[in-house]
Design a protein around this ligand. Structure first.
Ligand code: PGA
Length: 248
């Protein structure tokens, strides 16, 4: 399989990371209003969502025709839980823009059967075809996950129910009020869904991403660092702050 060198952009300032990332979304939607865009959650893209919402409020862009897919969602989790990605996306982005509910898709954390829900989500992704743009974060430390594709996730993986790694569980526990509230699993788009996108950007900030970024860009490609499969894609841009790039 052909291996590509990703574009790597490094900024001193976190706000420039946000600006550069949001420019990809704005250019995409500006040139093709009905674009299919896959979006992440986490602390990293919050600045990007603020800039995108601001661009909408200032009348610079409309998201009316864009189709949004989320990368992942915990399972099981109530949509009303402030820790759900459903809640995150609505609060941080969707409620601030003109995207109709019918154009946004997030795996259903309330579904009875996560395997069936994953199959439905794959079918929906297939129905819309490849994403025009996929925006990713990356897991901290040695997880190097994209979505919830933890260590061991294969190149061919599709949307499926997965167990969180111990490291991811420990990192994300702070987003839940009580330990009992935190699911041990999630529904995530697979590596093959992610690679089936015309263009991919990955945003990383902070020193806890430096090992993963270097591993993914300079290490071998394999299931022990699932984000390394991005090097099989011809159009990937890593958008990094100084700290995240310090081991390159
Ligand atoms: P973060 O999460 O943006 O909060 O660091 C990223 C991830 O775990 O994928």
């Amino acid at each position: 399989m052909k291996i590509y060198s990703p574009n790597v952009k490094i900024f001193d300032d976190d706000s420039d990371v946000d600006k550069y990332a949001s420019s990809f979304v704005i250019n995409q939607v500006g040139s093709k209003p009905y674009s299919v865009i896959t979006l992440p959650t986490g602390s990293t893209p919050l600045g990007m969502y603020t800039l995108l919402s601001d661009a909408y409020s200032e009348g610079k862009i409309s998201f009316r025709f864009s189709i949004f897919f989320n990368l992942d969602e915990y399972w099981p989790i109530k949509k009303s839980s402030p820790s759900s990605y459903y809640y995150y996306m609505n609060t941080n982005f969707f409620n601030k823009i003109d995207s109709p509910c019918s154009n946004r898709f997030i795996p259903n954390g309330e579904a009875n059967d996560p395997n069936l829900e994953s199959e439905k989500y794959n079918n929906l992704l297939d129905k819309y075809g490849e994403s025009d743009l996929t925006v990713l974060g990356i897991g901290p430390g040695k997880t190097a996950h994209i979505g919830f594709n933890e260590v061991g996730s294969d190149y061919n993986s599709k949307t499926r129910y997965v167990l969180l790694s111990q490291e991811t569980y420990n990192t994300n526990l702070k987003f839940f009020n009580k330990k009992e509230d935190m699911p041990i699993g999630a529904i995530t788009q697979g590596i093959s869904n992610i690679l089936n996108s015309k263009k991919i950007i990955l945003i990383a900030k902070g020193a806890n991403k430096a090992w993963g970024i270097n591993r993914v860009i300079n290490g071998h490609i394999g299931t022990d660092a699932p984000a390394s499969f991005l090097r099989y894609h011809p159009d990937v841009t890593f958008i990094l702050d100084k700290d995240a790039s310090e081991m390159l």
